[in-house]
Write a protein that binds this ligand. Structure first.
Ligand SMILES: *Cc1c(COP(=O)(O)O)cnc(C)c1O
Length: 424
């Protein structure tokens, strides 16, 4: 082909890709691990205090320090570090007394771990649609409430906050608990208040794919002291003694503790959080503005924001006018070297969409059929139960916004996306 260097030819049609250097992988905190995390881990190893509650020396606990720093960072009364985000969610539900027989309303678009945590607590998940913010739809949530509903579980998906005013109002009206799943939105906020601190309890993940990371880990916050104590006991088997909890209030739990090695990494990552957020927000604003006219001209629309100033900036999402064109846009963007994903396709397994949760749809837990046996209502799941969610996600194009993009890469993402959208 003699025309391959013509800049107007899409890479998918044989043109030259617009993005010249490969984009950084989407591990925001993970890509920023450096000597500071190394040093912090070495301190733990050298001190031989690998367990948070004791060791041969009497140095400080990194996990303790992490909890205090995080509570202060987000403005929460109490913070508990856990072994994972799933563990944090489970401990929050158990701490709130949610268990067998109860229903918990979760969005149909979230990582499958949200549903798994509800089941781990012994309750059953009820799926509600998401709206054009790709967050739990308050109207559909209200319509799913029964006398067995115990809690609402909004998820701050893809770095942006759920509609906390309206979901909170529903929870209050019906006397329900509210747990926030902020696994994907650590550091984000809703009208000035940090996500995770708005409900009764908020859970975050420090798994490697999240904004900041220690490989595996979780954080749990609350302002409610008795709730904090129940979560603490649940996460530490029955170590109520070391937590000065009176005998008659002691409860059995499991072990969801975070190790000092992980705490050492997470503590350093927390200090990098605001810089990572600032970088993602800056790049996202530049891309969003740069492609705005092209988005509008092809009939696409940006995802709605419940609190735009509290967005963490990790993803820019727009909806194509029709599902048919979405695959073509994704293919063309990828060929240009842009990191783009369609958020739902029936043929591509993605555990963020309930459609691809066969274990839930067929009610399979390890104790078959577990929590559904203890539940007196009739809950059935099927692949088409949340059509609005599938319709929105099927038209949704997500561009990853790494904090480590260079200005040149940002400019190339803008150029490539405009070129692709203009050709649609
Ligand atoms: C990652 C994630 C979780 C689970 O966190 P883990 O630390 O992997 O257990 C829960 N909910 C959402 C929305 C997530 O993205």
């Amino acid at each position: 082909m003699s025309m391959v260097h013509d800049e107007s030819i899409l890479a998918i049609d044989g043109g030259t890709p617009t993005v010249t250097d490969p984009l950084p992988p989407m591990y925001p905190g993970g890509m920023r691990l450096d000597r500071r995390e190394e040093e912090s881990v070495l301190q733990v190893v050298r001190s031989r205090r690998l367990f948070r509650y004791y060791g041969p020396g009497d140095g400080e606990s990194k996990v303790d320090e992490l909890e205090q720093a995080f509570a202060q960072h987000v403005g929460a009364g109490y913070c508990l570090a856990t072994s994972s985000g799933t563990a944090a969610l489970t401990a929050a539900l158990v701490g709130l007394g949610v268990g067998p027989g109860d229903e918990v309303i979760i969005p149909a678009y979230t990582f499958i771990a949200t549903a798994a945590a509800v089941l781990a607590a012994g309750a059953v998940p009820v799926l509600a649609e998401v709206d054009e913010s790709l967050q739990l739809d308050p109207n559909d949530t209200a319509s799913k409430i029964t006398e067995r509903t115990a809690a609402l579980l909004p998820v701050h998906m893809r770095g942006t906050p759920a509609d906390m005013d309206r979901i909170g109002a529903i929870a209050r009206r019906h006397g329900l608990a509210m747990v926030e799943d902020a696994a994907q939105a650590i550091g984000g906020s809703y009208h000035g208040q940090r996500v995770g601190t708005i409900g009764d309890a908020g859970a975050y993940s420090l798994q490697f794919n999240k904004i900041i990371t220690c490989g595996e880990g979780g954080l749990l916050v609350t302002n409610d002291k008795p709730l904090y104590q129940r979560m603490l006991m649940y996460h530490d088997v029955n170590a109520a003694m070391r937590h000065q909890i009176p005998v008659e209030e002691q409860r059995l739990g499991v072990n969801l503790r975070l190790s000092e090695l992980q705490g050492a990494v997470a503590l350093v990552q927390l200090r990098k959080l605001e810089t990572i957020l600032a970088d993602m927000r800056r790049h996202k604003a530049a891309v969003k503005e740069g492609i705005a006219t092209a988005v509008e001209a092809c009939g696409a629309r940006y995802r709605q924001m419940n609190s735009a100033d509290g967005d963490t900036g990790l993803a820019l999402i727009f909806f194509m006018p029709a599902e048919a064109r979405t695959d073509r846009v994704i293919g063309a963007l990828r060929a240009e070297g842009v990191s783009a994903n369609r958020l739902f396709s029936p043929d591509r397994v993605d555990h963020h969409v309930y459609y691809h949760w066969p274990s839930l749809l067929e009610k399979r837990t390890c104790t078959v059929p577990g929590p559904w046996n203890w539940h007196t209502g009739s809950i059935e799941y099927h692949k088409d139960m949340c059509p609005r969610t599938l319709g929105l996600l099927g038209r949704a194009v997500q561009l990853d916004i790494s904090p480590d993009l260079t200005d040149r890469q940002v400019a190339q993402i803008v150029e490539a996306t405009r070129k692709v959208l203009d050709s649609m």
